[in-house]
Write a protein of this length. Structure first.
Length: 72
């Protein structure tokens, strides 16, 4: 299984901005996600067209199952 964390923030302009991280562990906790999102906001390292990330809007962990076939 592949897991992706999708985090949604609100910018200072009130627009939504989404950040996705693939390859995260399936045991990621709500506390870890909150800490990560707080750190991203505090460090202000991402630039968006609608301004700085200002607050958390939501987060979700999605899973995807990939089946690979050998073909000749």
């Amino acid at each position: 299984m592949e897991y992706t964390l999708v985090m949604t923030f609100l910018t200072i302009a009130g627009e939504k901005s989404t950040l996705s991280i693939s390859g995260v562990k399936s045991t990621l906790t709500k506390g870890e996600v909150n800490t990560l999102m707080d750190t991203i906001i505090a460090k202000n390292i991402f630039k968006t067209n609608s301004g700085d990330l200002a607050k958390k809007s939501g987060a979700q962990l999605t899973q995807r199952q990939v089946t690979k076939y050998e073909v000749a």
